[in-house]
Design a protein around this ligand. Structure first.
Ligand code: AMP
Ligand code: GLY
Length: 423
């Protein structure tokens, strides 16, 4: 088979590694890919948002399956363009990707179908939002309705902060049209877990659990980022919790989308908060998490193409999804200053050290191949993942492997997976 991966981050590199291990794949392409993916796939310089060019390329190369990695093209309907052209594509259609594209949609869906989540109200004008806040309980959470690079969520400790938040989102439009509408949500406390699920429109199969670290600095301080590291599995996601989520969250979400005429095929990412009152949905995403994919996929035993094909064909029930009985930890190596200002273009050394090391991976996120070699080209530069027989070993291995890599403004969190000390 010829397979095209759309995207060029660490998540797509993790998908590319799994595809390269598939016995079904003869040739791998990526658009636009990155310097790491280029070792496994032929990269072509087409934007993830350029549906026409992507479809034309897939036709020209006789691509058998296209996998769409990021949220933006899914929410914009790039999968629909492939389907309309008679091409096979893994990723939800636009009318289903709205589960990530609109927080108001997902909150209304959960309310209508009794899926556990925080209480909320939706506002499309700032005056109403501000007067609602006057009597609301603090802390409170404000969310831009649309996509905002994972940064459109504001946790506000008091009325003053909440009012400033409404201004940021709805009046100053810091996230553009994503803030035309906002969700104001009850603040919940508990441990967070990410569960990524394969879906075929009818059936849903959760993968092993993971936990992300969204803040830039140790101790969960600093600004929100795209994710500074992950571990898998989460020791807090017990069998009982899994059973509850399958019965009350995963399958009901699948059924709800079907009932709405929005059959969901692809990856449904359930961001959960394990509260005192049980697990509740924090958010849905319509794709693999990044960097969750970098710890979950290396532990998956199945041939990823077989599973994806089963999703497209509505036969996911025939797949026995299996994960290794071990653990993985991913530490993101970032450019110092991320997620604000940072310099790039620094030569990266040590990448080859990973070539002959089983159970160790270096996933490229913001890198570029130049005549000086591979250089840094983004805020999140690399994801260093290591497996181990348990979370403690995996964490030690991952931090050891971060030492193999060097570049001038290398920055990482030193407490990825610290939560496992408290289990
Ligand atoms: P989201 O993009 O919706 O996952 O939100 C980003 C982060 O904000 C989550 O990972 C949580 O840490 C936090 N968050 C979102 N919603 C809530 C909530 N209702 N209560 C507490 N924290 C929240
Ligand atoms: N790691 C969180 C996300 O992919 O949205």
């Amino acid at each position: 088979m010829k397979v095209l991966i759309v995207g060029g981050g660490g998540r797509e590199h993790a998908i590319a590694v799994k595809c390269s291990e598939s016995k079904l794949v003869d040739k791998l392409y990526a658009a636009p890919g990155n310097a790491g993916i280029a070792k496994l796939a032929e990269c072509v310089d087409i934007s993830v948002m350029d549906a026409d060019k992507l479809v034309a390329f897939a036709k020209e190369k006789d691509i058998d399956l296209t996998i769409i990695g990021p949220d933006d093209p899914l929410v914009a309907g790039v999968a629909d363009a492939f389907t309309a052209a008679g091409l096979r594509v893994f990723g939800p259609a636009k009318n289903a990707a709205i589960i990530e594209g609109s927080k108001a949609f997902s909150k209304d869906l959960m309310k209508k179908y009794n899926i556990p989540s925080a209480a909320y109200e939706v506002f499309d004008n700032a005056d109403d939002a501000l007067s609602y806040l006057e009597t609301a309980k603090m802390p409170i959470v404000l969310k831009a309705d649309g996509l905002a690079l994972g940064k459109g969520v504001l946790i506000c400790n008091n009325l003053e902060e909440a009012k400033a938040g409404v201004k940021t989102l709805m009046l100053d439009k810091q996230f553009g049209a994503a803030g035309d509408k906002i969700v104001i949500e009850e603040f919940m406390t508990g441990r967070e877990v990410s569960v990524l699920c394969f879906c075929d429109g009818t059936h849903i199969k959760p993968m092993t659990s993971a936990q992300d670290h969204k803040r830039a600095k140790d101790g969960d301080k600093g600004l929100n980022t795209g994710g500074m590291g992950t571990f898998s599995p989460s020791p807090f996601y017990t069998e009982d919790i899994d059973k509850f989520c399958k019965e009350k969250i995963y399958q009901p979400t699948m059924d709800a989308m079907k009932a709405e005429g929005r059959d969901f095929t692809g990856i449904l990412f359930c961001g959960l908060m394990l509260t005192e009152d049980g697990p509740k949905v924090l958010e849905y995403n319509a794709r693999f998490g990044d960097p969750e994919a970098q710890v979950v996929l290396p532990r998956m035993k199945n041939d990823i193409i077989e599973v994806m094909e089963a999703c497209i064909d509505g036969k996911l029930d025939e797949i026995d999804l299996q994960f290794e009985d071990n653990a993985a930890v991913c530490v993101i190596l970032a450019s110092d200053g991320y997620p604000e200002h940072y310099d790039k273009g620094f030569v990266i050394s040590g990448l080859d050290t990973f070539d002959d090391k089983d159970g160790y991976y270096v996933f490229h996120a913001g890198t570029k191949l130049t005549d000086k070699g591979i250089v840094t080209n983004g805020g999140r530069v690399l994801g260093v993942t290591a497996k181990g027989e348990d979370l403690f070993k995996a964490r030690a291995n991952a931090y050891e492997a971060t030492k193999w890599i060097d570049f001038e403004n290398k920055y990482m969190r030193n407490d990825i997976g610290k939560a496992i000390d408290e289990q």
